[in-house]
Design a protein around this ligand. Structure first.
Ligand code: NIG
Ligand code: FE
Length: 404
């Protein structure tokens, strides 16, 4: 098994309950696909035939994790971007047959090969900034075959890039037009047919639902999550993005891995998250693009020590964003997260949001060797600059990744 010894490194291990877990003058040993040792340069092990990489003080972090994306879809929604600039709101566009449903039409019409080809540059953009784990949701198919088609594309992307991709079934993302006025019937279809089939085909790692005035109510959301749990699947929810319907608290009471968006989350719901250990996934790209002004309750989340993750939410409507470094900057600038919270949000806490924290998310002995070397010497540099990518090299499961 091959070994790599990093020396003279600045390591943001993300170990510990907060901060960067920063070590200067550090060394790190990779053995096979795992991290075998991290510590002080002077105490480093002396393996006989390891490849030695002199970092010359450069920063090592865990591979970045984008824990919430919708990056497999057909078409684009640039027209809605223009309509919003003329004054239409996201909810108004959705109510007039645009929004998610517009992307559903384009996604249904696209072949699997087309969806794959269109997703490639989106994945490449994320990988170029050090992403080593990615989540991709279905939810623009909204019928059994089209949801399966999306999830197959996600699986194919994982093979193509030899990347860890978590596939999340989001059949309850919006009401498909053919079910207008029959949302309960659609939820029954999701529970009895679509989800079990997707799971049988080995295409589901978790189940998500969109609880919102333009999507499903908390009771319908709970039904979907209950069905998922009956199948032994972990659950999460899009909640409190545009209004407070109590979806996040419901999901937290069910032990959800994460609840995502959360601009309208109440103080009482923060307590529920804290009690259940559910991760709060904040999506500053959607906040920014929709020109939202209601901030998520950051101070309350911090006070109750709810783990905060960040993600791109890459999608054609509310967040056409394909950069986790930009997301980190937006989280600091718009939400006033500290740069350490931002980095934690795209590493350890993002791993938790996917239920993968035992394996990835920090640079610790025994974890998978997903490591990014950055051309900077201080971790705040990652959140501070915009439009300059300092990613110098990426190791994924112990192997150097070639530029995509
Ligand atoms: O996370 N909020 C719901 N779903 C996506 C948006 C999907 C879309 O607008 O196409 C989101 O923002
Ligand atoms: Fe989303």
């Amino acid at each position: 098994m091959s070994q790599t010894l990093f020396i003279n490194a600045t390591v943001a291990s993300m170990q510990g309950a907060s901060g960067y877990g920063l070590r200067e003058q550090a060394a790190l040993l990779v053995d096979g696909d795992k991290i075998a040792w991290v510590g002080d340069m002077n105490a480093r092990p002396a393996p006989l035939d390891a490849e030695v990489v002199d970092c010359r003080r450069r920063l090592l972090t865990p591979g970045l994790i984008d824990c919430h994306t919708h990056l497999v879809y057909g078409g684009d929604r640039a027209d809605e971007f223009e309509r919003r600039l003329e004054g239409a709101s996201y909810a108004e566009i959705a109510a007039s047959g645009g929004g998610i449903v517009a992307t559903v039409n384009a996604t249904r019409a696209a072949s699997e090969a087309q969806l794959f080809a269109e997703a490639l540059p989106r994945v490449r953009a994320l990988l170029a900034e050090g992403v080593t784990t990615l989540e991709i949701k279905s939810g623009y198919g909204l019928d059994s075959d089209s949801e399966i088609k999306m999830l197959r594309v996600a699986a194919k992307l994982a093979d193509e890039f030899r990347l860890r991709i978590q596939k999340t079934f989001l059949g309850a993302h919006a009401l498909p037009p053919e079910y207008a006025g029959r949302s309960d019937d659609y939820i029954t279809l999701v529970c009895e047919e679509m989800l079990p089939r997707a799971q049988r085909e080995g295409l589901v790692d978790a189940v998500d639902v969109f609880i919102e005035s333009i999507a499903f109510d908390p009771l319908q959301g709970e039904k979907v999550l209950a069905c998922a749990q009956d199948l032994g699947l972990p659950v999460k929810a899009h909640a409190e993005q545009l209004s407070d319907l109590g979806g996040a608290a419901m999901a937290a009471r069910r032990g959800a891995l994460s609840v995502d968006h959360l601009e309208y989350l109440s103080a009482a719901a923060v307590d529920e998250l804290a009690a259940s250990g559910t991760v709060a996934v904040l999506l500053p790209g959607a906040y920014y693009v929709l020109r939202e002004t209601q901030l998520p309750p950051i101070a309350a989340l911090r006070a109750r020590q709810v783990p905060i993750a960040l993600a791109s939410d890459a999608n054609p409507g509310s967040s056409p964003v394909h950069s986790l470094l930009l997301i980190m900057n937006l989280a600091c600038t718009l939400f006033r997260l500290t740069p350490a919270e931002a980095l934690r949000g795209v590493t350890l806490n993002a791993a938790r949001a996917l239920g993968l924290e035992r394996d990835i998310g920090s640079l610790e002995t025994g974890k998978q060797a997903d490591i990014v070397m950055w051309d900077v010497t201080r971790p705040a540099m990652l959140s501070y600059r915009l439009g300059l990518n300092p990613c110098a090299a990426v190791m994924q499961a112990g192997q150097w990744r070639m530029p995509a």
